[in-house]
Design a protein around this ligand. Structure first.
Ligand code: PHE
Length: 384
C-alpha cells in the first residue's frame, strides 16, 4: 500500500514538474490565444502577404500591450502559402490540426481564400479574409467571413464611376480568364456597364501567367474604346501599363479594381499609368479620423505608409480580437457567432458591419495615380 502511495506521489511530482517546465517553455498553450494567419509571404503575390502581415502585427502588438483578451495574450502563427493553392491547403490544415488555432486570418487572393475557406469551414474554425473580394469565398459556409466589400459591389461601383462620372460609353475590358478574382470582377463590371447603357466594344482575356500583353493591347486599341477596365493584379498591371504606353495607349485610359494596389505598381509603372483610377479599400490620405490615427501609428512602427492591404490586415485582426472578447466562450464556435454579430466596428478602413452573408458592408474608395503616387479621389457608398 505504502509503496503504491509513494509511487503515486512521485508520479504527481513528475507531472507537477513537467507542467511547471512547460509553463515557462514554448508551450504556454492554455495561457495564450493561438490564431493562425496564412499569407503569400513568397511567390507571385508576395507583396500581398508581406503588407497584410505588417498590419496584422500592429494589431497584435496593440492588443497585447493592452493586456490581451480576457487576460490572455494573443499569439499569431504566420504560415507562408507561397502564393500557391496546394500549399495553402497544407498550411491551413497544419494550423488547425497541429497548432490548434481558435481562428484563422487569410488570405488576400480570392483563389487561395477559397481553398483555405473550404478547409476552415469543414473543420469549423472561423476564418476572416482581410481582402478577398470574390463573392464565392464567403458562400463556402458559416465559418467564412471577410472584412472587405465584394466584387459584385466593387464592379457595380466601378461601372457607375466609368459611365456616370467619367462619361465613357465605349469600353474595352482586359482580365485573366483563369483567375477567380480577375474574371469575376470583369463580369460584374460588364453587367452593370451594359445596364447603364454603355457598350463593351472589346473584351480580351489572357492566361494568368501571361507577361506579354502587346497583342491584347493592340487588339483593344483597334476597337477604339474610350476607356479600358483592367481587373487584374498589380503584377500584371505593371507590364500592361508599360506595354500600353509603348503601344500608344495613355495610362489615363485605364480603370481597375483593388488588385492594382501595391507600391510596386506606382514604383514600376507609375509614370505610364498617370491619371488612371481604381476602386479600393483604403488610401493613406483618406480623410477619415480613424484611418488617420491608424496611419500615424503604422508610420511610427514601420517607417513607411500603410498600403490598403496593411490596413485590411489590421482591420481583420482587430475585428477578430473584438469578437473574441465578446464571445460567450473561448471556443471557435462561440468566436464564430461573435464575428457574425459584429455591427458598426470602427476600422482603419471605415465602419464595418458584418451582414447575413458574412460580408462586410463598408464604403469604397476611388484612388487615382498622380505623380507616381496613389491619391485619394472620392468615396462611394455601396448600395445593397
Ligand atoms: N481583392 C483581391 C482578391 O480578392 C485581393 C486584393 C485586395 C488585392 C486588395 C490587392 C488589394 O483576390
Amino acid at each position: 500500500m505504502l509503496g503504491r502511495r509513494r509511487w503515486m506521489i512521485t508520479v504527481a511530482g513528475v507531472f507537477a514538474l513537467a507542467a511547471a517546465g512547460l509553463g515557462c517553455g514554448k508551450n504556454e498553450g492554455a495561457n495564450e490565444w493561438k490564431v493562425g494567419a496564412y499569407l503569400s509571404l513568397s511567390g507571385a503575390e508576395t507583396q500581398f502577404g508581406v503588407d497584410t502581415k505588417e498590419g496584422t502585427e500592429l494589431a497584435v502588438e496593440e492588443i497585447n500591450a493592452a493586456g490581451g483578451i480576457k487576460g490572455k495574450k494573443v499569439k499569431v502563427i504566420y504560415e507562408d502559402d507561397k502564393s500557391n493553392p496546394q500549399e495553402t491547403n497544407n498550411k491551413v490544415l497544419q494550423l488547425i490540426d497541429r497548432d490548434k488555432v481558435v481562428a484563422l486570418l487569410g488570405e488576400v487572393a480570392s483563389s487561395r481564400s477559397q481553398v483555405g475557406g473550404i478547409a476552415a469551414n469543414k473543420k469549423k474554425i472561423p476564418m476572416i479574409s482581410p481582402s478577398s473580394t470574390n463573392p464565392d469565398v464567403t458562400k463556402i459556409g458559416p465559418f467564412v467571413f471577410r472584412v472587405c466589400f465584394t466584387d459584385d459591389v466593387q464592379g457595380r461601383m466601378g461601372a457607375r464611376f466609368v459611365v456616370n462620372k467619367l462619361g465613357k460609353k465605349k469600353i474595352g475590358v482586359l482580365y485573366a480568364a483563369d483567375d477567380l478574382y480577375s474574371s469575376g470582377l470583369a463580369t460584374e463590371f460588364m453587367d452593370e456597364a451594359k445596364k447603364l447603357g454603355a457598350e463593351i466594344v472589346v473584351e480580351k482575356k489572357f492566361p494568368k501567367t501571361e507577361t506579354n500583353f502587346t497583342t491584347y493591347l493592340n487588339d483593344i486599341k483597334a476597337a477604339s474604346p474610350e476607356i479600358i477596365y483592367a481587373s487584374v493584379y498589380y503584377n500584371a498591371m505593371v507590364p500592361i501599363g508599360r506595354q500600353a504606353k509603348a503601344a500608344g495607349i495613355p495610362g489615363s485610359m485605364f480603370v481597375g479594381g483593388d488588385g492594382w494596389h501595391s507600391d510596386t505598381l506606382v514604383n514600376d509603372a507609375g509614370e505610364e499609368l498617370e491619371g488612371a483610377y481604381f476602386t479600393n479599400h483604403f488610401s493613406p490620405d483618406v480623410p477619415w479620423p480613424n484611418s488617420q490615427a491608424f496611419v500615424k501609428k503604422y508610420v511610427e512602427r514601420f517607417k513607411h505608409e500603410p498600403s490598403a492591404l496593411a490596413a485590411q490586415g489590421y482591420d481583420s485582426a482587430k475585428l477578430l480580437f473584438d469578437a473574441m472578447a465578446r464571445a460567450k466562450a473561448d471556443t471557435p464556435e462561440a468566436i464564430r457567432d461573435a464575428i457574425a454579430e459584429t455591427k458598426g466596428f470602427q476600422g482603419a478602413t471605415g465602419t464595418i458591419t458584418i451582414n447575413e452573408q458574412r460580408n462586410a458592408e463598408k464604403p469604397i474608395v476611388i484612388v487615382q495615380i498622380k505623380g507616381k503616387k496613389f491619391t485619394y479621389f472620392d468615396t462611394v457608398t455601396a448600395d445593397k
